[in-house]
Ligand binder design. Structure first.
Ligand SMILES: [Zn+2]
Length: 461
């Protein structure tokens, strides 16, 4: 396998394209393999278990994971020895509290001691993320669970939106495509790739043409990227170029006004989901749209109260990554577990994410941390194409706006009134007009960029 994959990497691009095309002609069942379909079938059943059955499954999977970690992972071997614990001491989810939280700093310092013995370079995927702190985090993932990026847990979720495996989809994301291309087709993954880097008004037609040509069933996207494309298409009076069954939205907070705009234009429902590169947790919205469900057969999730945050810290134990077990991993995100059950009757509890990442709080003049997730500038005026808040000083926000030609002083007044409702006198706003909104390192557009040092931003109100 090592030789095949190394030889493939060295091939010239046109030869790779021919091989990819040939491979894509194989039936999907053959490409993904029996194991993938077995897992998917299992997940289609487990989603209808009772809460008690799901709990029993979590406890069973947890004991397997702990036994593996203590036996094969040097970091956990030493940790259990130091704490005078054996795998028998961790029999159920509640027992996890006997173990310390796994922080990102611990992972950075122990990256190779956290990798399980016997996992060769060829059996792991080496991943890295910049996370919310900007400090890179390297980690390994079990290649055996990857299936050409077809994650069975994600496919079960896509199925909730009516999408069937084997039908074409689109992904609008941070792809770098050759030249000025806005799209490419990946036959191996049955995926139309749309680059979020070129979303400009004069390119909107190119995106529409690609979607019309491929007639994809769904799109998986950052909400800000699809909102921008939708606005451009609406401004040109274009009808939706294809009929999506669902829009799957991830990686950024999906604001209500974004959901409304997308659903109205594309004529389908939005399904929000929350995951992370580390694959330690998965939050997914079902067809009842009553909030995010915790995918409990994927990970054990704890909500741990913390004095610095109003919501709880989200701590996750992944049940699927044996190459590098994440046990009680501090995801860096904050949220609360909700008490109500969803009318879909699945055994997955509902939870609420507080502003996505913790950096989504602006600091007022009085030091209060104000969640910035629900500021509806687009409901104040139609003359804003895109906007972004940036905070460099306490009590001050820069609001960067790409404006339409019709934008005038009345729009400024409407925006200021809206912001005054939210912040009162606690924040000074500086409106700046721009032609380009700053993207983060991985091409995402954040509605809010927090540049204050963390120590000025610890107490989240
Ligand atoms: Zn539900």
């Amino acid at each position: 396998m090592l030789n095949i994959s190394n030889s493939y990497k060295k091939l010239p691009a046109p030869v790779k394209d021919i091989l990819k095309y040939g491979y894509s002609r194989l039936p999907l069942r053959l490409r993904l393999g029996k194991k993938f379909y077995r897992e998917l079938k299992f997940l289609q059943q487990s989603q209808w278990w009772s809460r008690e059955e799901m709990q029993a499954y979590q406890n069973l999977e947890l004991t397997k994971l702990i036994t593996h970690a203590v036996k094969n992972v040097p970091y956990y071997r030493d940790l259990f020895r130091r704490l005078k614990l054996t795998p028998d001491d961790i029999q159920c989810v509640d027992d996890l509290q006997k173990l310390p939280i796994l922080t990102k700093d611990i992972i950075r310092e122990n990256v190779d001691r956290l990798r399980a013995d016997g996992y060769t370079d060829d059996q792991v995927i080496t991943c890295s993320t910049s996370g919310s702190t900007g400090k890179p985090l390297k980690f390994y993932y079990d290649k055996d669970k990857d299936y050409l990026n077809f994650d069975p847990y994600i496919w079960r979720f896509f199925n909730w939106g009516g999408h069937k495996i084997g039908k074409l989809g689109a992904k609008l994301a941070d792809w770098t495509l050759p030249g000025e291309a806005v799209h490419a087709y990946n036959p191996v993954r049955d995926l139309l790739i749309l680059s979020a880097y070129h979303l400009q008004e004069d390119k909107a037609e190119d995106y529409a043409l690609a979607l019309a040509q491929y007639q994809v069933e769904y799109i998986d996207t950052y909400p800000s990227a699809l909102v921008l494309l939708t606005k451009f298409l609406k401004a040109k009076n274009f009808a939706p170029p294809c009929q999506f069954k669902a829009v799957f939205s991830h990686s950024e907070m999906l604001h209500n006004w974004q959901r409304q705009l997308i659903e109205e234009y594309w004529g389908c429902k939005c399904y929000d989901w929350y995951g992370m590169e580390e694959r330690a947790i998965l939050g997914i919205e079902c067809e009842q749209h009553q909030g995010l469900h915790l995918c409990s057969d994927f990970a054990i999730t704890e909500f741990v109260p913390h004095k610095e945050t109003k919501g709880d810290k989200i701590i996750a134990t992944s049940l699927t990554n044996y190459a590098m077990p994440f046990i009680r991993y501090d995801t860096g995100d904050v949220g609360v577990l909700k008490n109500q059950a969803c009318s879909c009757n699945r055994p997955f509890p509902l939870f609420e994410l507080h502003g996505g990442r913790r950096k989504n709080f602006a600091v007022g003049k009085d030091g209060a941390n104000i969640p910035i997730a629900n500021i509806d500038i687009p409901n104040a005026t139609d003359n804003v194409i895109q906007f972004q808040f940036v905070q460099k000083n306490k009590g001050e926000l820069d609001l960067h706006i790409i404006r339409k030609n019709d934008f005038d002083d009345r729009d400024i007044k409407k925006i200021n009134d809206k912001l005054c409702e939210k912040f009162g006198q606690n924040m000074d706003i500086n409106i700046e007009f721009t032609s380009q909104i700053q993207k983060t390192g991985n091409g995402k557009t954040a509605l809010f960029v927090q540049k204050l040092k963390p120590e000025s931003n610890v107490e989240i109100a």
